[in-house]
Design a binder for this molecule. Sequence first.
Ligand code: FAD
Length: 488
Amino acid sequence: MRFPDVFVPAGPLFKRVHVDERTRRAVPHPAHSDDVAREVSTTRRPTTTDTSRIASMFRLSTSPRVFARVCAPLRARRVRNCSTLAAFRQGEVAVIGAGVAGVACADALARRGIKVRLYDAGRNVGGRATTRIDGESGAVWDHGTRFVELATDESDDAWRVWVEANARRWRGDFVSIECASGSTDARVKRRDLGRMERFALNISMRTNEDVDVKSSSRVVGIERRGDVTTGETSFAVRYRSVVPGQGDEVMLDEGFEAVVLADKNLASERAASIYGERPPVEGLGEPELVRALSEIDSTPIIALMVTFNRPPAVNFVGAEIRGGDRLEWITDESSKPDRPNAHSCWVAHSTAAYARSKMSERELRTKVGTSSHQEWLNEVRDEMSDALLDVLRSAESDAASASSSSPPSIPLQITFKRAHRWGAAFPTTISPAAKSQGFLRFGDVYAVGDYCTEPLGTVRAATQSGRAAALDAAERLIARSSSHRSKL
Ligand SMILES: Cc1cc2nc3c(=O)[nH]c(=O)nc-3n(C[C@H](O)[C@H](O)[C@H](O)COP(=O)(O)OP(=O)(O)OC[C@H]3O[C@@H](n4cnc5c(N)ncnc54)[C@H](O)[C@@H]3O)c2cc1C
């Protein structure tokens, strides 16, 4: 079966879409939470004309005379795409990596009037919090992030607003399934969630409309330009398009005042070696930063996406598998809010041990998409599918005996299956250098991500890290602009 991905159009922040079951196209969801969008947009800076926007940012009069006087000296500055106004705004920031941390950072910067360019190697933003949609069948799976957790008495308002804007409450039971090693017997136990509620992310992640997003753009180099001793420095970003057939040309953007590294793999020798290149951060001349990022180790995970011939007759929407050799978590994706329910879509995540052992069986320094990579994925997919069927059939019998009914007469079968390898699924430690503030900073170079703060390896950590760095960067850039202004 052909398996094209569907990527959906723009909207503020994350925009919920759904798949029209007749046309099988992803369309804006009729119930897109406009209320939440409105609530969020009230906290945004007003976007009127550039003049009044900039004037309000710097608390200036919009008088053309004052404006011309302030802007004139800045005309000489070398700023990319620089209209005088754009140059005056200063603080153009390059955010590299449009996962949750990069998106949260870009959004918070844009809300403070700072010009942001957000690069990602992927075709869409989201990183590990992403959704796969089969354009042919309309089947939908979150094959990375399963859910976001929020305590009912959560006091962090900014986090609650973020969750309410980007996710919907996912109702249903979560259980633990005990599997004796090597056995197909599973015992289902209800999990007490305490005061935690679970939310499913909206299907498509989007950025703030004021952010200039460059998707399908793999950054291959970041350089510092100018004189570090006088502080007159700027940054340049080199990137390649990853769209097939768009050539191998390296493109250059210059004149950034700050850079946010929103993926620790930008310093990784192993990640760069896949493309036969050097790590992009090398050109920054920041060995301490490279060391701090290289110290963070990660565990791999393999995600299995399936559809079934009928909905499994089980009484849970998500289960943690205990004692299993291959599987760690399974989720009923069709039970998430606003998902098309024509299919019974499930995701299974492997244990880290299984992913590691399968990855060490074969040297995987081949590019994703090569035939050897695909062959390996198919083998893993089949092994995980067998394990998933065992668990669900066993859980069906368990549910039937608990309700004194007989199990469904039609045997449960997988009708579609596909695997995805997350080489660096979860960081294993919080970066000691990032812990106190939630991000790393070396001059005007920031590093953010889910390895920077508690709870390690979660959407919450990534959001908080991105936002904390944005607040710090915005304060510094605005203070710098003010001091420029007072010298004029
Ligand atoms: C299988 C799995 C299940 C998970 N389940 C949960 C869960 O249930 N709940 C939860 O809270 N968290 C979960 N997580 C963790 C959560 O997904 C992450 O913590 C979060 O998404 C990390 O966001 P990030 O922005 O730090 O990094 P990422 O999402 O990894 O973003 C980094 C981005 O940088 C881009 N990039 C990298 N190199 C380049 C380059 N050279 N040029 C341009 N772009 C580049 C990548 O394409 C990527 O989009 C799960 C993760 C996985 C893998």
